[in-house]
Design a protein. Structure first.
Length: 72
């Protein structure tokens, strides 16, 4: 098992256990706190709006890659 101090460096399937504020919230890959079906439903309801706002923003601004290139 690999350990990292960079939480975003793996994939969801790599997570065996997660703690938040000293409390185990995922153990052996299973969500212990919360309703997984409700989390999935809320995510599915929210994501389309996020992509719509991103598309509108990109129409008014340069692409993210162009902004990064200009900055660096």
């Amino acid at each position: 098992m690999a350990f990292t101090d960079r939480p975003g460096s793996g994939q969801g399937g790599d997570v065996r256990m997660s703690m938040v504020a000293g409390r185990v919230v995922v153990d052996d890959g299973q969500l212990l706190t919360g309703d997984l079906a409700a989390v999935i439903a809320e995510t599915n309801a929210t994501v389309p709006g996020l992509f719509q706002r991103r598309e509108a923003w990109l129409k008014q601004h340069r692409s993210v890659n162009a902004l990064r290139a200009a900055a660096g």
